[in-house]
Ligand binder design. Structure first.
Ligand SMILES: Nc1ncnc2c1ncn2[C@@H]1O[C@H](COP(=O)(O)OP(=O)(O)OP(=O)(O)O)[C@@H](O)[C@H]1O
Ligand SMILES: [Mg+2]
Length: 215
């Protein structure tokens, strides 16, 4: 699939060990039996600091769930530095009125949010324009309502997020998530950062499912 970038190992090299590890992550998550019967689950991928592999993990995990026949939506909640759209070869904004998460959260229109089809079973909500107040938007009742609606329509709702220790955004999103996967990068993430990130998530009442050591 030429549309998809080489970050998506799960598509470009499905027989590799890395692709297999994303599939086993999917299996471990399934065994946790999260959420309520008849409704989808919301999972956030988070990490203590920037550049530790959150977007890489969430984008591959989204494809693995969709390959498994699940209806998946992935949301770029990194409103500060959105890159998820690029991984899927999509524009962040294409000029439509309700294009992207920021525009949707800022408006009070009753029109639904626009999503882009990446694969038949996999939809993407891009971040859209970069707002001055990402935390207020992500922590708003409109965001909670949106995630609630999406859980009625999709089996899996995946959230990309900014660094836990640099911003409050991930802590806010944790409250809406059925589970959190913490990503750390070998040789980059300090043990102390991982510990602090875990504590911060636990303060939000989040259910930490596990940690991925990346690279
Ligand atoms: N498993 C991996 N092995 C090697 N490099 C990786 C791996 N995962 C991610 N990277 C590289 O690390 C860099 C950061 O990855 P990514 O964009 O996924 O991190 P991020 O946590 O989303 O960053 P940000 O906080 O800026 O959003 C990228 O250059 C990516 O290609
Ligand atoms: Mg990222």
């Amino acid at each position: 699939m030429s549309l998809l970038s080489n970050v998506l190992v799960i598509e470009t090299d499905p027989n590799s060990a890395v692709a297999e590890s994303y599939r086993s992550l999917r299996t471990s998550i399934r065994h946790k039996r999260l959420g309520k019967p008849g409704k989808g689950i919301t999972l956030m991928i988070a990490s203590p600091k920037a550049q530790e592999g959150k977007t890489t993990t969430v984008s591959n995990l989204a494809v693995t769930f969709s390959q498994d026949g699940q209806k998946v939506i992935v949301i770029d909640c990194n409103l500060r530095q959105p890159t998820l759209h690029a991984v899927y070869g999509m524009p962040n904004e294409d000029g439509l009125a309700h294009d992207g998460l920021t525009q949707y959260l800022k408006s009070d229109s009753t029109q639904g949010i626009t999503s882009k089809a990446v694969l038949p079973n996999l939809h993407l909500i891009t971040a859209g324009g970069q707002p001055p107040n990402p935390s207020e938007l992500l922590g708003s009742p409109r965001m909670a309502e949106l995630l609630d609606q999406l859980k009625q329509q999709y089996d899996v709702v995946l959230l990309d997020s900014p660094s836990i220790l640099d911003f409050t955004d991930a802590g806010l999103l944790a409250e809406y998530s059925d589970g959190i996967i913490l990503v750390a990068k070998y040789g980059r993430t300090k043990r102390e950062w991982a510990k602090q990130a875990k504590e911060r998530l636990e303060q939000s009442g989040a259910r930490l499912l596990g940690m991925i050591i990346n690279k």
